[in-house]
Design a protein around this ligand. Structure first.
Ligand code: NAD
Length: 291
């Protein structure tokens, strides 16, 4: 079994690392916040002192960090992955970052013989805990073949979609669909509430029809209880939509609906709700409708 270095033990990284330990992999882990490391070390991982240290240990190095600058810092920065990784090591970046950043980092690590895959995930914390994430992978087929058993520990579906960057293009598509779905659900539920119909009943009535979806099932029950504990924070979804808008602008592709939902999420951020779950988009509508 390959030795794994794991960097980034936040909401997602922690349960993903724990599942790899449960499956019998030897893990060395690192996070800039020491208290996030102790839980995973208690579950059997070795404690790393830096990204460099963790990379020197791993034949496979996994990163699960917030956004492009964090991945650049952990991989290319001082005491980073590139300083420690051996030639032939495979870097699997599972963070959701800009596709262009994946391509830039991949080109830099290739100079040292390190192969990179971008492998962002969908499913959120519950699926990270269950090991049933959807994982979308970009990068060389041969490297993918070498790590797909490792990815299968963390995901129920592991799909190679193309070359480096294409994992994150797929994730952007996913995030556009999820953001627009939550906004649509919020708009509809607030409309029904103002029209005097119990939104719980509306949900019960429509979930089996064409409007039914994974997003509806996951987000409506929590939104109707006013439970916006993350989950997936609005600030992270703003990051993903910004990456989608930047990619669209580079390509000259119109994305009007994404722009509108981005404005809604920015308004919520200004209102102090950046750390709420993205199901909290409904609060924008509730405020305007005086609910
Ligand atoms: P998080 O903020 O909870 O965790 C990120 C971790 O990275 C933190 O513990 C932070 O201390 C650490 N970190 C930051 N910079 C670092 C560095 N230079 N070196 C080492 N550690 C560093 O975020 P998360 O919710 O776990 O999300 C991680 C990624 O997965 C993001 O790109 C996010 O968009 C994506 N994602 C999240 C969810 C979700 O539901 N939370 C779902 C799917 C995808």
């Amino acid at each position: 079994m390959k030795k794994i270095g794991f960097i980034g033990l936040g909401v997602m990284g922690k349960p993903m690392a724990k599942n790899l330990l449960k499956a019998g992999y030897a893990l060395k882990v690192y996070d800039i916040v020491p208290e996030f490391v102790s839980d995973v070390v208690a579950a059997g991982a070795q404690q790393g002192s830096s990204s460099k240290d963790v990379a020197a240990f791993g034949e496979v190095i996994i990163t699960m960090l917030p956004n492009s600058p964090h991945v650049k810092e952990a991989v290319l920065g001082p005491d980073g992955v590139l300083d420690g990784a051996k030639p032939g090591a495979i870097l699997v970046d599972m963070s959701s970052i800009a596709p262009l950043a994946s391509q830039e980092i991949s080109a830099k690590v290739a100079e040292k013989g390190v192969i990179m895959l971008d492998a962002p995930v969908s499913g959120g914390e519950p699926k990270a805990i269950d090991g049933t994430l959807a994982i979308m992978v970009g990068g060389p087929e041969e490297a993918f073949e070498q790590v797909k058993d490792i990815l299968a520990v963390m995901g129920a579906s592991v799909t190679r979609v193309g070359e480096i960057g294409s994992g994150n293009v797929t994730k952007l598509a996913n995030q556009v669909i999820v953001a627009l779905n939550i906004a649509a659900m919020s708009e509809a539920m607030v409309l029904a509430t103002k029209a005097g119909v119990d939104p719980e009943k509306v949900f019960e009535a429509i979930r089996g029809g064409l409007a039914g979806s994974t997003v509806l099932n996951a987000k409506v029950p929590l939104a109707l209880k006013g439970n916006f504990k993350p989950g997936f924070r609005i600030e992270l979804h703003i990051k993903d939509l910004q990456n989608a808008l930047d990619t669209a602008h580079e390509l000259g592709v119109p994305v009007p609906l994404s722009s509108v939902v981005m404005e809604i999420m920015q308004a919520l951020k200004v209102d102090g709700k950046a750390k709420d779950d993205h199901g909290g988009i409904i609060q924008f509508y509730e405020k305007l409708a005086h609910i």
